[in-house]
Each structure stands twice: as structure tokens, then as C-alpha cells.
Design a protein around this ligand. Structure first.
Ligand code: THU
Length: 134
């Protein structure tokens, strides 16, 4: 699957965001080593703290379905579902990704013009702590 196709899946996931408090809708598409794509959206909560990001929703869906090896992640997000800037995973989601993905794991985003941006997990979470350190 191309990065562009994975971004399109993330945009579909973004439309499913439950974000009545921040109004910031995020979608994630996680490509498993099997070829299966797991979609996630942010799911907010009136108590705020229990809210979950799109990326973690996708990771937890995949792991709970038995998949633990991943090829790539695409993220799309913006206020009211309108993409303005590249949306990269928050710090907590970066750490969750690090549990299952190596430094060279690719993460795709796109800006308002639709230009693809590619990051590696190592770029977004340098000198990370993982099971390698235990
Ligand atoms: N959010 C995500 O789902 N993923 C990100 O990468 C950044 C932030 C969510 C959390 C919250 O529901 C809303 O976006 C505003 O922070």
C-alpha cells in the first residue's frame, strides 16, 4: 500500500472522530505486517482524562486483533476535520508506538495542500526508552 493510500484511509478514520470537546478530529491508519489496515480515531470523554488519541486507538485495535508487527502509520487531523498542518502523534502515542515499532518505522502526514510528509519514529522520539533498555 502506498503512503498516499494510507493517508486516504487516515482521512476516512478522521471523519469518525468523537471530539465534542476539542473539535479537533484525528484519524490514523496503521498498516500491519499482514497487510491489514487498522483505523483509529480520537475518542474524547466528558472527564477529559479518559480521552484516547487516534493513533493509540489504532494500535490497541491491532494488538487486540493479534497483530504486533507494523509497516507504517498515517495520521490526518485538524480542527473540525479540516487539515491545516501536518498532525504528528503526541508524546504518549509515540511511546506506545515504540513498544511495537523500531526507529526506522515510517509515519506519514499531510498538510493543507495535500503534500505528503514522512517522519521516522526515531526522528519523533529520539533516544527512546524501550524494552531494549530493561
Ligand atoms: N489527538 C490525537 O488523536 N492525535 C494526535 O496526534 C494529536 C491529538 C487528539 C487528542 C484530542 O482528542 C484532540 O486531538 C485535541 O488534542
Amino acid at each position: 500500500m502506498t503512503p498516499e493510500a494510507l493517508i486516504e484511509q487516515a482521512k476516512i478514520a478522521m471523519t469518525r472522530a468523537y471530539a465534542p470537546y476539542s473539535h479537533f478530529q484525528v484519524g490514523a491508519a496503521l498498516l500491519g505486517a499482514s497487510g491489514r489496515v487498522y483505523l483509529g480515531c480520537n475518542v474524547e470523554n466528558a472527564a477529559y482524562g479518559p480521552s484516547n488519541c487516534a493513533e493509540r486507538t489504532a494500535v490497541f485495535k491491532a494488538v487486540s486483533e493479534g497483530e504486533r508487527r507494523f509497516a507504517a502509520l498515517a495520521v490526518a487531523g485538524g480542527p473540525e476535520g479540516v487539515i491545516r498542518d501536518v498532525c504528528t502523534p503526541c508524546g504518549v502515542c509515540r511511546q506506545v508506538l515504540r513498544e511495537f515499532c523500531a526507529d526506522d518505522f515510517p509515519i506519514y502526514g499531510c498538510d493543507a495542500e495535500g503534500t505528503l510528509r514522512t517522519f521516522t519514529l526515531g526522528q519523533l522520539l529520539p533516544e527512546s526508552f524501550s524494552s531494549d533498555n530493561l
